[in-house]
Design a protein around this ligand. Structure first.
Ligand SMILES: Nc1nc2c(ncn2[C@@H]2O[C@H](COP(=O)(O)OP(=O)(O)O)[C@@H](O)[C@H]2O)c(=O)[nH]1
Ligand SMILES: [Mg+2]
Length: 345
């Protein structure tokens, strides 16, 4: 009893939010100074979803709005990393500050070394206007690198003008990149197969700009024609009437990069051109974002609150032995918010 009344017993719990707030404020200040170590640490905090990370995201929210976010997606091996580096180089030459986030579990970024000498970027320590971060992929609850949006917020708050986000175009991640980018570049290669197949797979729909990379190879012109015809046949436009342009490129030789950048800028200008439409698109993205965040919180609370890890471990042997069915097991779970609240205490 007496222990409850002393400050010492209460201070760890009571002091925790204060400490997180103070550390977040310190990190936010580091971001404002564009301090590289603060940037790296801040991304780790948001990636790990720590209390400091959450406080930080709240603190920087108001001033993370001005960066341009370009998503670069497409099949593995299509040249996304090469293209991202070529674009980053071009932007750096124009004096723009560039942050890169790479969400590709199949080929982790190594800051340029991966690309050999031709498209080598200065390393982080050589160029303060360039920052590369490879995002870790996540376990079952988070999806692939679900903190990418949050990391882009950190980079935006650290004054990067452009944030290039590379995601490997497989399943869900394509849809995610639409939500976190202003402009999506879809990188296809002649060997991607015909455009109609790609359209059927629902991938073409996410493109604001098509990049036909590896145009030095056989079949680039045919793919370009196929995409153009497919766009025409389907009268395809992005919501709001944007017709995605098609840019040939040879990323390794830095050919066509200027044109890709020009089309990305044109798309951004188009977004800005109509304030009402821009507002609507922003709200749509914000809504999807909020739903994702809310679902994530709900899922975690329910999962933890229902003690699902433990129940799963207990049930697995019996389900495997067909003693109980998965359906009965599911029906037995205490999946309601009251249970979740009770379980958290
Ligand atoms: N021939 C050719 N090869 C390219 C081109 N762009 C990238 N590559 C090569 O394609 C391979 C995959 O590139 P990478 O950028 O890692 O692809 P990612 O998996 O989409 O990020 C590498 O060996 C690159 O050098 C291009 O325009 N032409
Ligand atoms: Mg890559």
């Amino acid at each position: 009893m007496p222990a409850r009344e002393t400050g010492a017993a209460q201070s760890p719990a009571a002091g925790e939010p204060d400490r997180a707030r103070a550390e977040a404020a310190c990190l936010a200040e580091g971001l404002a100074r564009r301090d590289r170590r603060a940037i790296a640490r801040a991304i780790s905090q948001v990636e790990d979803e720590t209390p400091i990370g959450r406080e930080l995201l709240d603190l920087i929210f108001a001033r993370a709005g001005s960066a341009r976010r370009i998503g670069v997606t497409g099949p593995p091996g299509s040249g996304k990393s090469t293209l991202v580096h070529a674009l980053a180089r071009r932007l750096r030459q124009q004096g723009e500050r560039v942050g890169v986030l790479a969400v590709d579990p199949t080929s982790p970024f190594t800051g340029g070394a991966i690309l050999g000498d031709r498209v080598r970027m200065p390393t982080a320590s050589e160029d303060e206007g360039f920052f590369v971060r490879s995002m870790a992929s996540r376990g079952s609850l988070g999806g692939v690198a679900s903190a990418t949006y949050e990391a882009s917020e950190v980079l935006a708050a650290a004054g990067f003008d452009w944030i290039l986000i590379e995601t490997v175009g497989v399943g869900q991640s394509e849809l995610e990149v639409v939500e976190l980018a202003d402009t999506v570049l879809l990188v296809l290669v002649p060997e991607s197969g015909d455009a109609v197949q790609t359209l059927k797979a629902g991938i073409m729909e996410i493109a604001d700009v098509f990049v036909i990379n590896k145009y030095d190879r056989e079949g680039g012109d045919r793919l370009q024609r196929d995409i153009a015809v497919t766009l025409e046949l389907t009268h395809w436009t992005r919501p709001g009437g944007w017709v995605p342009p098609i840019c040939p490129a040879v990323a390794t030789a830095e050919e066509g990069i200027e044109e890709v950048m020009a089309e990305a800028r044109a798309h951004l200008a188009w977004l800005d051109g109509d304030p009402a439409r821009r507002e609507r698109i922003r709200q749509e993205k914000a809504e999807r974002r909020l739903r994702v965040l809310a679902e994530r919180v709900l899922l975690r609370r329910l999962w933890d609150g229902a003690g699902l890890e433990r129940r799963l471990a207990e049930a697995l042997p019996r389900i495997a032995a067909r003693e109980i069915s998965p359906y009965r097991w599911l029906a037995s779970l205490p999946l309601d918010l009251a249970a979740a609240r009770g379980g958290r205490g």
